[in-house]
Design a protein around this ligand. Structure first.
Ligand SMILES: Cc1ccnnc1
Length: 291
């Protein structure tokens, strides 16, 4: 997969910073010929034996994974440039900000809005899982809103994503403490189910504004995760439906094989499109009028 060696500046005008990830800075860029805007992710290459910068193997993996995905809830990759110091990904630009900021502005969301967001995230995640790709770093910072006032979301930052296959064993302590599953803490085999645990954490946070396993130290957080030490604190959950709690309970399951899958979640009554219920109500209303 050949990366363009010519200078990015020839074809794109580089604008302001719009985000940063591990070893990466994301800047808004404008394609000179059309005026179309994109996001350019500048990833520092690891030079020599140093610790700073991403390994080329990991950069190639992120690119190969992004190139194999095509879904409205997954960020698109258009082209790649390379200099001696950096690899630059030209990505679809999303300007609605992080889901994280959207929550913090409101503290927490109503169930309808939370269910709509989680439904969108699940559809993007289903595309990954149907291609045997695990994101492995799902958290509100990695979920962007398409634009300010839409509920359309895009999964971004596939820097830790992995192809999951029965043969090879993927284990690694990675991701952000409060979102990682027990099998990550215990350095056991990772799988698509690892993402589903994170969906549980994200749902819990959207509904309450509180983080279910977060402790005063990383060790305490890890202990809470492996001990499944969480509760639906009345202070935050007294008005939350049993359906929403059931959705979360099915994800906070220690054994990854027993945890709800992305399809189980999409078909869960808390997520299934409400319009079907409205349709049923409309039909039953008509029946009532008739008889
Ligand atoms: C931060 C970011 C990443 C990708 N696309 N737009 C914005």
């Amino acid at each position: 997969y050949a990366f363009k060696k010519e200078s990015l500046e020839l074809t794109y005008e580089v604008g302001d910073d719009i985000g940063s990830g591990n070893f990466a800075v994301v800047r808004r860029v404008t394609y000179r010929d059309s005026g179309q805007e994109y996001a350019a992710k500048f990833i520092r290459k690891r030079r020599g034996g140093g610790r700073k910068g991403a390994r080329m193997e990991d950069i190639h993996k992120e690119i190969s994974i992004l190139r194999s995905l095509d879904h409205r809830n997954v960020i698109s990759l258009y082209e790649v440039f390379e200099t001696s110091q950096e690899v630059i990904l030209i990505l679809e630009l999303v300007t609605g900000g992080e889901l994280f900021d959207h929550i913090s502005r409101k503290d927490h969301l109503g169930e309808e809005e939370a269910s709509a967001f989680i439904g969108q995230i699940l559809h993007g995640l289903k595309h990954l899982h149907d291609n045997n790709i695990a994101h492995l770093d799902l958290k509100p910072e990695n979920i962007m809103l398409l634009d300010r006032n839409s509920q359309s979301i895009k999964l971004i930052d596939f820097g830790l994503a992995q192809r999951i296959s029965e043969k090879e064993d993927i284990r690694a302590l990675m991701g952000t403490a409060e979102f990682i599953a027990p099998e990550v803490v215990s350095y056991e085999r990772l799988s698509l189910a690892t993402d589903m645990w994170s969906i549980g954490v994200i749902t819990y946070i959207l509904l309450s504004g509180a983080s279910p396993f977060l402790g005063d130290s990383q060790q305490e957080t890890y202990h809470n995760i492996t001990a499944l030490n969480y509760e639906f604190d009345q202070e935050y959950f007294e008005n939350t439906s049993d359906l929403a709690k059931d959705f979360i309970r099915r994800l906070f399951v220690k054994n990854p094989r027993k945890r709800a899958t992305v399809d189980d979640c999409i078909n869960h009554a808390w997520i299934r499109p409400k319009k079907q219920n409205e349709e049923l109500q409309r039909k039953s209303a008509v029946i009532n009028i008739d008889n």
